[in-house]
Design a protein. Structure first.
Length: 242
């Protein structure tokens, strides 16, 4: 199973070429990954005293976060990511660059996975459950950055290959909030909330993790499987509550 036997670069490249030849690219649903801000808000009709923060629910398509070192290995010495599209949270962006993510046994891959910037201390790959099936990998549901014990994968860029020993996760559904927003909802960092989506496929998402940070604004992150299952693109009303 997996193991971290060092991989010869030329071997990987050969394998990858083989896969690329045999697999017509996965259909990229949203090439810029990142956010599809379906603004919801519809502030509850009874007009609460303090003004309700604007509720934004974004679907995070599969993506990769990279360390500076891995950017250089994949794209070349001194290379810096090129911001292509700003995300809802200030300072974050979808990069122009993508990488290929190769699964275990080096048999299957996702050819163009979007990179989100800025760079981080540790590289990380966030996939929806369906993506993990495509890749043939078993990835746990984790909070971003909590990578101990998660499976690795191989990343392939135009200038090189990175073998991650860990870092492949399904991102746990979560709500970014600043302290004013947690106060408004009466929650604190680490609490769990519910997100109800009224749509042709109405759903209640439980266990939405609250992640407080003074630098953010209210935004719930779901993955593509969750967004598709609830047909959030056609939602008529979205509510976040304890
Ligand atoms: Zn998030």
């Amino acid at each position: 199973m997996g193991g971290s036997a060092p991989l010869d670069r030329s071997v990987i490249e050969q394998i990858v070429r083989g896969i690329v030849g045999s697999q017509v690219s996965d259909v990229l649903r949203s090439p810029s990954s990142g956010t599809c801000p379906c603004k919801a808000a519809k502030s509850s009709s009874e007009a609460p005293k303090p003004e309700a923060p604007k509720l934004v629910v974004s679907i995070s398509a599969r993506h990769v976060h990279l360390s500076d070192a891995d950017v250089e290995t994949l794209f070349g010495k001194g290379y810096k990511l090129t911001p292509m599209k700003e995300l809802y949270q200030k300072g974050f962006f979808a990069a122009k660059e993508t990488v290929m993510v190769v699964g275990p046994e080096r048999r299957r891959m996702l050819p163009t996975v979007r990179i989100l910037g800025p760079t981080r201390k540790q590289s990380q790959v966030e996939l929806a459950f369906t993506d993990t099936i495509s890749l043939g990998i078993t990835a746990p549901v984790r909070q971003s950055g909590k990578l101990a014990g998660t499976p690795g994968c191989v990343l392939v860029g135009p200038a090189g290959v990175v073998e991650l020993r860990e870092g492949v996760i399904r991102a746990e559904r979560h709500a970014h909030m600043n302290p004013e927003e947690t106060k408004f909802y009466g929650v604190k960092d680490g609490d769990r909330m519910n997100l109800r989506i009224d749509s042709p496929c109405p759903m209640l998402f439980e266990g939405v993790l609250v992640r407080e940070d003074p630098a953010v604004r209210l935004e719930v992150h779901l993955d593509t499987d969750e967004g598709n299952a609830s047909d959030i693109d056609h939602a008529s009303k979205i509510e976040l509550f304890k």
